[in-house]
Design a protein around this ligand. Structure first.
Ligand SMILES: Cc1cc2nc3c(=O)[nH]c(=O)nc-3n(C[C@H](O)[C@H](O)[C@H](O)COP(=O)(O)OP(=O)(O)OC[C@H]3O[C@@H](n4cnc5c(N)ncnc54)[C@H](O)[C@@H]3O)c2cc1C
Length: 481
């Protein structure tokens, strides 16, 4: 067995683990990080940036958001079903964390919304190229460099397996090295940061009741298997619900072109299996809401419907609603993209010459569907008496061919599972901290109640970075006592 010694062992090097390691080292602790993958950054390498509230960017951009406003919004949204002390600490620290990241070389484009109804709290990391996915990998790189500078030791390809305790206190962590050799890190504190269980189909089935690949399609980042949840629970931490961080999935994972998915993501008519409307489609840009809506329908599916006149309008003028994730309004590749999908026997994208045929193809009640379209078309001439949709997005469905696309529940991964307090100490079922055990990031993210709070975007990476720092501060204080 290979033996190492540190004051603090950080388990995993996603944004929460990296932040914990840097903060603890800055606070004077000797830190070793165990990371399962060959590279650092975790799921956040796919993302664009963390939340900040009251930052200099928001002040410069005259964005009206304060800790008080965000806190009250958040508590209201979650019905106070969450730890107010932790939320307050997270939000209060978040602006200083943006500065902390800048001090180590991270640059930001500014503060952005994710969709029109959201607040501009999303701090997108600058890459030197256009704003786009994976920008946050630059933040992870800076955190990693800073950790190395501070003398943090990284053991890559070394998944942690077990927390060791003596007399109720953490005394070490067992892991497996690249050649499967046994590793023991002797330490007084361990910080668990393994990012939840988004790639663990069995855990998603057992803990959440959804079938990955059938009725939920989340980003399954390799290696995010719930190891930290299991280790924390085995070490005595209380189990809280594990939830999907919902984000609707367009097309069940079929590789549709941006033009195709962008047209179907517009606030079009949405129907369920019964051929009935299900929401004010203005709100489908909040991908958590759309995912929740899909989750509550029969077969956990909804369909976005457009006709040829709508497609023609979007192809000619560009789509109405874009986001930083789908920034390009140009959807001129729609027809070609649909041809490819249909030629490949798509199960989620449809075209038909009549409304009856479309209803049959997508498996919805034909009569209801026709009635829904009639009523919807009438609303287009008057106003939406059913769900009060913005008239700008009311476009009649009348011209063949007609198109549809299936949407399902989806997610960025899982959140929650390990009980913590506002110091990110892992706690037992009596709410008592387990001496030397800390948890941060998605493993401990019990703050959204039943739904991800997308109205303050950047919230999950923001939570990861800020709780990582809090755990690092708490653990450093504990080992230096
Ligand atoms: C496509 C995509 C885009 C996103 N964009 C954003 C965004 O712009 N803003 C935002 O706020 N959120 C975003 N998110 C969510 C955000 O990335 C996550 O909330 C965040 O990465 C969670 O951080 P974490 O440190 O808890 O876990 P992760 O980033 O998931 O990292 C977990 C780490 O744990 C390691 N690990 C697992 N098991 C072990 C083990 N046994 N031992 C050692 N290491 C282990 C993994 O290899 C991984 O490196 C996005 C997510 C996805 C999938």
């Amino acid at each position: 067995m290979k033996k190492y010694e540190a004051q603090i062992c950080v388990i995993a090097a996603g944004p929460s683990g990296l932040s914990a390691a840097v903060q603890a080292a800055q606070d004077g602790a000797k830190v070793i990080v165990l990371e399962k993958n060959a590279a650092v950054g975790g799921a956040a390498n796919m993302g664009m940036g963390p939340l900040g509230i009251g930052t200099k960017y928001q002040k410069q951009q005259m964005i009206d958001i304060s800790v008080e406003k965000a806190f009250n919004m958040f508590m209201d949204y979650t019905h106070y079903n969450v730890d107010a002390r932790l939320i307050k600490r997270y939000f209060s620290q978040s602006a200083e964390t943006i500065q902390w990241l800048e001090d180590m070389g991270v640059e930001f484009e500014g503060a952005f919304k994710y969709f029109p109804q959201s607040e501009a709290t999303w701090h997108i990391v600058k890459t030197g190229k256009e704003i786009g996915p994976r920008a946050a990998s630059f933040m992870n790189r800076a955190l990693y460099q800073k950790a190395l500078e501070l003398g943090v030791e990284f053991l890559l390809e070394s998944p942690a397996q077990k927390i060791l305790k003596e007399d109720g206190k953490v005394v070490g962590v067992l892991a497996k090295g690249p050649g499967n050799e046994e590793i023991e890190v002797k330490c007084r504190a361990a910080i668990i940061c393994t990012g939840g269980a988004g790639a663990n189909k069995q855990m998603i089935r057992d803990k959440i009741g959804l079938e990955w690949g059938t009725n939920v399609f989340n980003f399954a980042i390799p290696g995010i298997m719930g190891d930290g949840l299991r280790m924390a629970w085995d070490a005595g931490a209380d189990q809280l619900p594990v939830r999907i961080e919902m984000a609707a999935n367009c097309g069940g994972g079929e590789p549709a072109s941006g033009s195709v998915s962008n047209i179907f993501k517009q606030p079009n008519l949405l129907v369920n299996r019964f051929g009935k409307r299900i929401m004010n489609e203005d709100f489908m840009q909040n991908t958590t809401y759309l995912s929740n809506v899909a989750n509550h329908q029969k077969d956990k599916i909804v369909f976005s419907i457009v006709d040829s006149s709508i497609v023609k309008y979007y192809v000619k003028n560009g789509v109405e609603v874009t986001s930083l994730v789908d920034p390009d309004p140009d959807v001129s590749g729609f027809y070609e993209g649909m041809e490819t999908l249909l030629a490949n026997g798509s199960k989620n994208f449809f075209r038909a010459d009549t409304l009856e045929e479309l209803a049959e193809k997508i498996g919805v009640n034909v009569e209801n569907f026709k009635e829904t379209v009639d009523t919807y078309n009438y609303f287009c001439d008057s106003y939406d008496q059913e769900f009060f949709k913005d008239p700008r997005f009311l476009r009649p469905i009348f011209k063949a061919p007609f198109y549809a696309c299936a949407f399902y529940p989806g997610g960025y991964g899982t959140v929650g599972g390990v009980r913590i307090n506002e110091n990110c100490e892992a706690c037992d079922s009596e709410f008592m901290p387990i001496p030397g055990l800390y948890c941060a990031g998605a493993d401990s993210c019990n703050i959204y109640d039943d739904s991800y709070m997308f109205l303050l975007p950047g919230n999950s990476m923001g939570y990861a970075v800020n709780t990582g720092r809090i755990a690092g501060m708490s653990a450093a204080e504990y080992v230096n006592l």
